[in-house]
Design a protein. Sequence first.
Length: 395
Amino acid sequence: MEKVDCLVIGAGAAGLFCAARTAARGRRTLVLDHGRKPAEKVRISGGGRCNFTNLNTHADNFLSDNRHFAKSALARYRPEDFCALMQRHGLSWQEKTLGQLFCDQKSGAIIRMLLDELDSAGGTLRLETSLKAVEAGPDSFRVSTSYGDISCQSLVIATGGLSIPKMGATGLAYDLARQFGHDIVPVRPALVPLTFEGEIQADFKALAGVSLPVQATARPGPSFTEGLLFTHRGLSGPAILQASSYWSEGQPVVLNLLPDGDGLEPVRQMRRQTPFRSVQTALSSLFPARLVPLLSRFHSGPVSQPVHTLSDRDIAVLEGALQAWHLTPSGSEGWRTAEVTAGGVATAALSSQSLESRHRKGLFFIGECVDVTGWLGGYNFQWAWASAAAAADHA
Ligand SMILES: Cc1cc2nc3c(=O)[nH]c(=O)nc-3n(C[C@H](O)[C@H](O)[C@H](O)COP(=O)(O)OP(=O)(O)OC[C@H]3O[C@@H](n4cnc5c(N)ncnc54)[C@H](O)[C@@H]3O)c2cc1C
């Protein structure tokens, strides 16, 4: 039987990074994946330029049943550490917005960097290998795979979550976690477009492609001020993806369409300066033209009405409606398009220092399969690197 010190299942961002680091510690390391290519999510991430980290990474940017859990790993492997690695490999990056760092080269360059790190440390990657069963012995694991049986001291599970099944996502991590007595925080699609039904869906469909800045809130989550995009099925864009991670069925998402804080001040000014302009013209100066007919419904009078005929109260009512548009999605686009999986292996029985199972020595869970889910903007990769680095020091 093949024998290694450390076997990593899943050659995604977390698995490759962890394997490279355990191998660099002199551990005989093998990483397995059932896919034909490694790290496919890195390849498609960030529109092909991988938003590989976020300079503002903090545990508050993550959803988890235990909001303190991620602190330790995130503090010990920082965005600057990954930037230093990229620099050593001749890669460069740009901050686009809100601390988000994107690779100047194509995402494939990051995959090559991870593979080079693994290779130069003496680790091995084996693709197109599926896992059949894991048995725990007194101080090792016996793992049956389509390529034969492997014995290992440390077993690192890095098979990610359920998002985008056509890219090879499976629930293997959850099955193995259950096998070793771990609880699973119920999983749900996150960073996902929201869908609507009936009349409002028809309205949104007619607006497909229109975008605007908004503040989106799904309680109990925070508010996100970013772009919103109308789609054929509902709403997308960064603000909606962020809010979707906190949204639960039956609950509304509240949109503030006047996120810059000035409210309808421009309309009040117009009332003084160009009093004969219509309400419709006033709205057109604030919003994309195609959106105005829909927003006009928030005004109780005719939109042809000149702005000077609006009372303070009329403006305040319209302002209130535009600042708190309550919309109840019928659902989300689900696993097919969700960027990540919220929930996962419960942190209660994992060490926050090493990501090692408290039920079984030598067993580790890292990356997206753990109940730590980042906001949009490079946080999920930072968690993949940080949790991998934490486990690699012990696996
Ligand atoms: C379209 C898209 C864009 C994204 N863009 C960004 C971004 O720009 N920035 C960011 O921070 N995050 C982004 N993300 C999220 C990010 O890709 C994930 O959070 C990250 O890849 C998780 O890393 P991981 O290693 O834990 O899991 P994964 O990257 O999903 O890797 C898991 C690996 O395990 C393998 N595997 C699964 N099941 C099995 C099995 N049964 N047997 C063997 N192998 C198995 C898979 O083939 C895969 O290679 C994006 C996600 C998507 C879908």
